[in-house]
Design a protein around this ligand. Structure first.
Ligand code: SF4
Length: 404
């Protein structure tokens, strides 16, 4: 498995695969070619089909500026990967350099035939069973397992935590409409107001979680800085738990950093053995993965055993299996924003179920098995339902006739 630095990354929304990944590729490309007259960037697969709504062309032009850049939405992709881009640098008519880049999900990139190796393995274990064996043998907790392989990771995790908190805080202040043609109203601030005035403890808690999740997702949809957790489409789930744990429950920061490390193990295992990309596995890979990570983190914060942590993460993933990705007009808004809020509440329920059921029986499905099942299901999902906006909500809902 890779470093947690490859899992948690801060950057501009709305999509890790459609904004952060192209931005990273363009930044590196720019370093390699000096004094060129113009660039051409060709987008393929999901990047081409939903790149407009995901603001892919805008982030590419911005990153390569001031050099003029032409962004082309293409269909004739010859490579064996569902989403990618080709970067070309020109000096007048002469082609100076070409890069073929895959957008792997969560902002990760693979540059074909280059010296860059972002997929370097840091953790030798590749399944939760192996992680547990290692922890048992060396008497380590799950956070200690992370610090064993990445002894310097804590300041980085703290930095990511602070970006997450800032995205909640900023999102709660904003009003008005989200950018784009959907003209969707921001509601995080209203939800938070309602939460603060709730007389019911349970309702107030749920409203707060919703508000925090909406705050981050709305910031993401407005191209503001968020953290991939594990992706930007699913960026509202884990931060809402951590913000709630810190500001409403009074957890100390170092415990939240440990919780981020625990969630990171689960996200990393999903990334290694399945996918966290909506273009490859549908929304089960994004929101399903984020819900699973949040359930693991919540179970850890509640002080549960490794078995309950696994069960909670498993339940959270199992009941997202088959979840499709069909964003309306290609914007990371509908169903994404509401879905993040639904997922944080589902993560809490998964922990509740895991800790209750654990008193009566063993969980039959293991986390490693549900990850394999998610991978299998993602391969079986039709392309129309994998971040192409060619089917599902994207084609059935007629937003022109509605007031959103
Ligand atoms: S539907 Fe899910 S996977 Fe698709 S863009 Fe939205 S959050 Fe990402």
């Amino acid at each position: 498995m890779e470093s947690l630095k490859e899992l948690y990354k801060a950057g501009p929304g709305p999509s890790s695969s459609h904004t952060l990944a192209p931005m990273r590729a363009c930044e590196l490309f720019k370093e390699h070619v000096k004094d060129v007259t113009h660039y051409e960037v060709e987008l393929y697969g999901s990047l081409s089909l939903t790149g407009k709504g995901h603001f892919t062309d805008a982030i590419i032009e911005k990153t390569l500026a001031p050099t003029p850049t032409k962004v082309l939405f293409k269909t004739d992709w010859d490579y064996d990967f569902p989403s990618g881009l080709i970067l070309k640098a020109f000096n007048h008519d002469r082609l100076e350099l070409t890069w073929v880049v895959y957008s792997l999900g969560g902002g990760s990139i693979k540059i074909l035939n280059s010296e860059y190796d972002f997929q370097k393995s840091i953790y030798p274990e590749t399944s939760l069973c192996e992680v547990y064996e290692f922890c048992k043998k060396h008497k380590l907790t799950l956070p200690q397992y992370v610090y064993h392989y990445e002894p310097d990771i804590k300041p980085y995790l703290e930095e990511m935590l602070m970006v997450m908190f800032a995205s909640v805080r900023e999102g709660l202040k904003q009003e008005g409409l989200l950018p784009g043609t959907l003209k969707l109203k921001r509601v995080a601030k209203d939800l938070h107001f309602k939460a603060s005035h709730s007389t019911s403890e349970d309702k107030g808690k749920r409203l707060k979680l919703m508000a925090y999740s909406y705050a981050v997702s709305e910031q993401n949809a407005s191209n503001q800085t968020v953290v991939t957790a594990p992706t930007m489409g699913a960026c509202g789930i884990l931060p809402s738990l951590l913000y709630y744990a810190y500001y409403d429950l009074g957890f100390e920061k170092h415990r939240l950093i440990d919780a981020l490390a625990v969630a990171g193990i689960f996200g990393n295992l999903i990334k290694t053995n399945a996918t966290i990309s909506g273009a490859i596995g549908g929304c089960q890979a994004e929101v399903g993965s984020a819900c699973s990570m949040a359930a693991a983190a919540k179970a850890f914060l509640d002080g549960h055993s490794m078995r309950i942590i696994e069960n909670a993460a498993e339940i959270a993933m199992e009941h997202h299996l088959g979840l499709t990705c069909d964003p309306i007009a290609g914007y990371v808004m509908i169903p994404c924003i509401e879905r993040n809020a639904a997922a944080i509440m589902r993560a809490f329920d998964a922990v509740f179920m895991a800790s209750t059921l654990g008193d009566f029986k063993d969980n039959v499905v293991g986390f490693d098995e549900v990850v394999s099942t998610m991978n299998y299901t993602g391969q079986k999902l039709v392309v129309e339902l994998k971040e192409t906006s060619l089917g599902g909500l994207a084609t059935i809902v007629n937003v022109d006739k509605k007031s959103v």
